[in-house]
Ligand binder design. Structure first.
Ligand code: FE2
Length: 376
């Protein structure tokens, strides 16, 4: 039953910190220890670093004991074999006030990377037995296996993302005007997302999709992408392919469909006049609607091959004016709030903040109607 409990718990954790917390808790439960520790060996400083601990009475070991324990740990880690101390007297030279202790090194492919430790400190506590050592060893092996898988998984994904970001940088490097555009869009989208109160998971999605939203431009000819004059109808329809190409690239790499959807729909408009699918209102994924505002804001705020940057005041009025037309009104409200609190600002534009956001006058409205904030 105990082994089953360990397997059921350890194999289903989502991330490494959850795993470490779970492991120390399990160790305490399974062995009846007073305290459990999870140390990882930091090879740069040559000593174990405490990653997680669990204590029955919520108190930790005092710092002196802790230092002494590190010594014991280091010896065990370098020996690579577990240590079972039934009588605390054996630890006297190190001044540890511990009645019983087990240190179990944790390995990945036979290389020690840390240790699981359980201790009994209470007076009259039962000493650990070989059975406890067996359970601890089982948890350590299982956890080592999960850590290895996580590290592999994280590594693969980190490499994949780094490659994708490099693609985006390569696209942006072709056009000096779009340099860093995607990372700014990611940043702005996250700020707007925070303002509307989306979850951390959605903020991560926004960050990822913000960085990669224009990756599909890799499939657009330079003669169109870098054209300094206005685009012909035909050229514009080629440009309109980029969200589909981008979503397909992400899809081929086996990434989740949510990222694909966000990227595919970042040029859809609330009123249904966007591209590529002409979705409208709530049909457009919520995070795509956030990305749309962040994208247009940054595009208007920077110089482009086909026009100069637009003054901040004009951008704000344009976005304001387009609430309920191009953009979701809720998102525009959140954007304006983020803007008012200075979150959307470059430092040089900071002076703008002293004057409150002006709503467009009637005359300006008719002018802004003619002004097309469509970007690609
Ligand atoms: Fe785009």
């Amino acid at each position: 039953n105990i082994l089953d409990l360990i397997l059921r718990n350890v194999d289903w954790v989502k991330n490494s910190s959850e795993l470490f917390d779970l492991v120390v808790k399990l160790c305490t439960e399974v062995t009846g220890a007073d305290k459990s520790y999870f140390h990882i060996l930091d090879e740069t400083i040559g000593s174990p670093v405490l990653i997680a601990s669990f204590s029955r009475d919520k108190s930790g070991l005092d710092p002196n004991n802790h230092l002494a324990m590190e010594e014991v740990l280091l010896k065990r880690i370098s020996a690579g074999a577990p240590l079972l101390v039934k009588d605390g007297f054996d630890l006297r030279p190190s001044n540890l006030c511990i009645r019983s202790l087990i240190v179990n090194p944790m390995k990945i492919r036979e290389k020690v990377f840390g240790a699981l430790t359980v201790v009994m400190v209470e007076e009259g506590a039962r000493p650990f037995t070989e059975k406890d050592l067996y359970y601890l060893n089982f948890i350590a092996r299982r956890a080592g296996f999960v850590v290895e898988n996580m590290a592999l998984y994280e590594n693969i994904y980190e490499n994949l993302f780094a490659t994708l970001y490099a693609f985006v940088e390569a696209i942006e490097a072709k056009d000096p005007y779009t340099k860093q555009h995607s990372s700014r869009v990611a940043e702005f989208a996250v700020r707007i997302g925070r303002q509307v109160g989306v979850s951390q998971e959605e903020l991560d999605l926004l960050n990822f999709s913000g960085h990669l939203h224009d990756i599909g431009k890799i499939g657009i000819r330079d003669s169109i992408l870098l054209k300094s004059g206005p685009l012909t109808g035909e050229e514009y329809s080629v440009i309109k392919e980029h969200p589909i190409i981008g979503a397909n690239i992400i899809g081929h790499l086996g990434l989740m469909s949510e990222e694909q959807r966000i990227i595919r729909y970042h040029h859809e408009r609330w009123d249904g006049k966007g591209y590529p699918d002409g979705l409208s209102g709530e049909e457009i994924p919520f995070l795509s609607r956030i990305l749309a505002v962040a994208d247009v804001y940054d595009a208007m705020a920077s110089d482009r091959a086909y026009r100069k940057r637009i003054p901040q005041e004009m951008i704000i009025k344009t976005i304001h004016r387009n609430a309920g037309k191009q953009f979701d009104e809720k998102i525009v409200k959140a954007f304006l709030k983020a803007y008012e609190t200075g979150e959307m600002f470059n430092k040089e534009d900071f002076a703008m903040l002293s004057s409150p956001i002006q709503h467009p006058t009637r005359l300006e409205s008719s002018m802004l109607d003619r002004f097309c904030p469509n970007t690609y």
